[in-house]
Design a protein around this ligand. Structure first.
Ligand code: ZN
Length: 205
């Protein structure tokens, strides 16, 4: 099935976001298209754990565990680790932790500030974030080129830190409605990145 999912969201547990886990679940439930979110708080799984719990009653929603670690050399997103552990600031150690837990490594906004820039060419990764509204169109274009060059899947995430920033881009994943299936499909490249279509409020009237 086709699942539309925002793969980069920050909750209040990030420390610099105003998004409550309740808001994520309420909006996903109400959203006509986007039914999934990866919770990628800075260095913490607490927002994911809370959001996951709140989403339990809704069978059509999918909440992917994630973390965005501010390493010494730039940000790295790891999806698929759902147990609390220490996320080291050293990139090499972090990649080892990800390997141990079977994480799916995504290079977020490689050419924005806090991006990995040149390192994004060489580090082990499973996907590149090629559409992030907090990066400029040029930075996103460079990220798309990087994904092509490295032959890695390109994904989209809003990097939202406030409710109005959520769901403005999303990733279309061809998968079953489970975290494992979504992550496997991301790794296999069964993904497309999209900007949300803004429907005019008077449309159809
Ligand atoms: Zn972020």
């Amino acid at each position: 099935m086709r699942i539309l999912i925002d793969l980069h969201l920050h909750t209040v547990f990030s420390g610099d976001s105003s998004i409550q886990p309740e808001t994520i679940v309420e909006q996903l439930h109400a959203h006509p298209l986007v039914k999934g979110a990866a919770i990628t708080d800075h260095d913490s799984l607490r927002g994911y754990l809370r959001t996951c719990k709140l989403a339990e009653p809704y069978e059509d929603l999918i909440i992917v565990p994630g973390v965005e670690v501010s390493t010494e050399v730039g940000d790295l997103v790891i999806l698929g680790i759902d147990e609390e552990t220490v996320f080291p600031k050293s990139l090499a150690s972090l990649l080892e932790v990800s390997e141990t837990y079977g994480g799916t490594i995504v290079i977020p906004h490689p050419y924005r500030s806090m991006g990995l820039h040149g390192l994004a060419e060489e580090i082990h990764a499973h996907a590149i974030e090629v559409l992030n509204p907090t990066a400029t169109p040029k930075e996103n274009k460079l990220a798309r080129d990087l994904a092509k060059r490295r032959n890695l899947p390109g994904i989209a995430g809003t990097d939202a830190h406030s409710p109005s920033e959520m769901w403005t881009v999303y990733t279309e994943v061809e998968a079953e409605l489970s975290v494992d299936s979504v992550l496997a499909s991301i790794r296999k490249g069964f993904v497309k990145s999209h900007k949300a279509i803004r429907i005019h409020p008077n449309y159809g009237r």
